[in-house]
Design a protein around this ligand. Structure first.
Ligand code: NAG
Ligand code: NAG
Ligand code: NAG
Ligand code: NAG
Length: 358
């Protein structure tokens, strides 16, 4: 009986201070994946996000016209995605113009489409035809937008961290040889010219090492001993910074450290298979809560001090048709719009019992 009472007393001050702590100023994006048969209709989702959360941008994995129509007039920015299989054709201008006519012009600007992701993790497909056509498709789509007088839609493509041959220590970050000059240099050049960001999908969840005692805390932004980059002398207190700086180092080696970085996907599963390391409600709440505070804090990373990162959490909803238990449980919300756990993105906070998840 004593313990609950003590807890209650300890938590009491936080209850009262909750309003002033409220992270309602934090903005964050979410990936609105739809591999599920139980999600609410897009109009319900749009109303919910606009009226009850601070989420002000979404990324979708296609160009679903129902979603694009539902978000008209919400002010929520949208990144749409070109299907990987469409990339080879879209490297030709007429096909790119036709794609823009079908997927952008009917909705823009009432629906605030502000970015086109040309495929998803193309390098990870190892499909040489797709890889070779990605930059040409990005250029053709940009030209098609320009010809349609659309200047507010960026064109980019998201990458997994598999694009790096080396990522530890962060200063050793380097793109895969061959692709560095053939793909990444022209891509970064295009992004620089069009003032568009390089998109990366860092997942510290996949980097945890069960053999390193501090690894989980390092991944979750919890207190840990840090990891020293002996080349730069910089001390990394979380894995997210280390992954971002590895990408930054690779960009810098090619001479493109001025191109902005956007976190197109990151997240943590709140459930998984029995015995699967790291999965769980508390860890998912810690990772996403600490991540949102970190990317919005203006602290930046050791190699990118004082920067904030536009960040899209994966994912908005738990998606019940994903193949594995953990993949089904990346959502911040359940299909009935109830939070899976609280990461401070609701505008009308009820009493938050753990305002500072550590
Ligand atoms: C690509 O273009 C060709 C010729 O226009 C067409 O036959 C084919 O269906 C297109 N492929 C895709 C995936 O759209
Ligand atoms: C784009 O703008 C130019 C100059 O205002 C105009 O001449 C042209 O017709 C416009 N093109 C389209 C597709 O709206
Ligand atoms: C790195 O930071 C951690 C956490 O603040 C600290 O415990 C550790 O001593 C630091 N390591 C070095 C080499 O400065
Ligand atoms: C980052 O911000 C701190 C505190 O405002 C300032 O002293 C430092 O010069 C800034 N660093 C960079 C690289 O802008």
């Amino acid at each position: 009986m004593l313990l609950p009472l003590l807890l209650h007393l300890l938590l009491l001050p936080f209850f009262f201070f909750t309003p002033s702590y409220s992270t309602t100023t934090a903005t964050i994006g979410v990936n609105y994946g739809t591999v599920a048969d139980n999600l609410p209709p897009p109009t319900t989702v749009a109303t919910f996000l606009r009226s009850q959360t601070t989420i002000n941008r979404i990324k979708i994995f296609d160009t679903n016209p129902d979603i694009l129509r539902a978000f008209a007039g919400t002010g929520i920015s949208i990144t749409v995605t070109v299907g990987n299989g469409d990339i080879p054709n879209l490297s030709k201008l007429p096909a790119a113009q036709s794609w823009v006519s079908t997927n952008i012009l009917p909705f823009h600007p009432k629906t605030a489409i502000n970015r086109i992701a040309v495929g998803n993790e193309i390098l990870a497909t190892s499909d040489k035809d797709l890889i070779a056509h990605t930059v040409p498709a990005m250029k053709a789509l940009h030209q098609a937008l320009t010809l349609a007088n659309i200047t507010t839609v960026q064109v980019s493509t998201p990458h997994s961290l598999g694009i790096l041959t080396s990522s530890e220590p962060p200063s050793s970050g380097q793109f895969r040889p061959g692709y560095d000059k053939a793909i990444f240099a022209p891509m970064l050049d295009f992004l620089r010219q069009t003032k568009s960001p390089f998109l990366v999908n860092p997942y510290p969840f996949f980097g945890i090492d069960p053999n390193r005692p501090d690894s989980l805390n390092w991944a979750l932004f919890k207190p840990n001993g840090g990891v020293l980059d002996s080349v730069t002398g910089l001390n990394y207190t979380n894995m997210f910074d280390a992954q971002m700086d590895a990408v930054f180092s690779a960009m810098k080696k090619l001479g493109y450290d001025d191109v902005e970085l956007v976190v197109a996907e990151t997240g943590w599963p709140s459930a998984g298979d029995p015995g699967q390391p790291g999965v769980g409600l508390d860890n998912a709440a810690s990772y996403n809560g600490n991540l949102i505070r970190h990317v919005n804090s203006g602290q930046g990373t050791p190699l990118m001090p004082n920067r904030t990162f536009e960040t899209f959490v994966f994912s908005l909803f738990n998606e019940n048709l994903k193949p594995t238990i953990s993949e089904q449980n990346y959502g911040l919300f359940k299909p009935d719009l109830k939070p899976v756990y609280d990461v401070g993105l609701l505008t009308h906070q009820e009493v938050r019992i753990f305002p500072c998840i550590q």
